[in-house]
Design a protein. Sequence first.
Length: 361
Amino acid sequence: MISNQLMERFLFSAIATSGCFLLSGKHLSKSGCDGENIQSKIVFLGTGSSTGCPRPSCSLLFSERAQESLNLKETRDAMEKYCHVSKVASRGNPKYNKNYRNNPSLLIMLEDGTNVIIDVGKTFREGALRWLPEVGATQLDAIILTHQHMDAVAGLDDVRGFQRWKFDGEKRLGSVAMPLFLSSECLEALQEQFPWLLPKATAIIADEGKPRVERHVASFQVKVFEKFSPFTIGTLKVTPLPVIHGEDLISYGFSFTVGRTNVVYLSDISRMLPETLDYICSKLPPTDVLIIDALNPDHDHPVHYSMEQAIVMSHEIAPRKMTYLVGMNCDAFPLHDDMNRLLRQEHGNIRFAHDGLVLET
C-alpha cells in the first residue's frame, strides 16, 4: 500500500494517466520511457524560517552527548516546551526527517533540463547538495531573488561552486556567469552587502601602490525585473508580484506555470498589496498551487504572515489544487505530520510543505 506520506509528496504526479513510473527509495518519478522527457517538477529545497529547524540552541541542549552540568536537567525542563520540534528535527538523517527545515527556497525543473532556483539563503549549499542529486538536477541555470535579507541571499557566494566552466579544447577559461534576476532595490542592497560579487560601476579602484589579487568568486549576469512585468528563463515565464515584508521593505512573490500547474509563490509577506491581489485574481490564469509564508500559528508578526493570515489569503486566492505553507517558526507548531493531519481535517487542501517535497506538474 502506498502511504499517505508518499501520496502527498507527489500529489500532482500523473498517476491516473498512461506513463512509466519508478519507485526508488523515497522518490516516485516519471522514468521517461518510450522516449518521453522527464516530467517538469517543483522541489522544495527549504521550508523553514530564517533560523531554520532545528533551532541550534535546542539541538545542543538536548543532544545525547550534551556535557553534564549541575543545571542541565533544570535547563532542559525549562526549555522542553520551546524545543519540542527541534528535538525531533535533530534526530537521524535530514533527508527522512520532515521536521528538519532550511531557509525558504524552491527549485523549478523544466522538461528541457533547465533548472531555476528561487532564493539562495544561508542554507543554500546544504539544501542543494542534499536534494539536487535526489531529483537528478545536474546544474543550476538561473537564480531569482525575492528580496535582500540573508535568508534569501547569504548563499550567493556559494554559487561559484555550482557554476559551469567554459573551455577552449581542454583549456579551462573561466566560469559561465549565472543569470541573476532581482529587483532594483535588491540589487542596490546587494552591492553594499556583497561588493566583491556585485560591484558598483562607480566602485573605487584599489590604490596603485597596493597589490591587486585575483580571487575566485561567483560571477553573475544581472537582470533587473519590474513589478508585474513578466520575464523569461528559457521556456519559463515568471511574473514578479510585489508584497510588503515589513512596512519598510518590498519583497517579491512570483507567478509561473510549470507543466500544466499555475503557481503563485509568496514566501515572505506581512501584508498583501491590493493591486497585487487584484493582479493575481483577475490578470493571471487561475492559481493551482499557492505557496505562502506562515511563521506562527495565529499572532501577528511585523514581517511575516501567521498561519491564520495565510489561510485567509488562501481563501482569497482560492487555488484549485493545494496551498502549501512555508517559513514556519520551528517550535511554534506541532510536529509536521501531526500538523498536516489537523490541517487536512480543518482546511482540506492546505498543508505544511517540507524540505525535499516534490510536486510533479
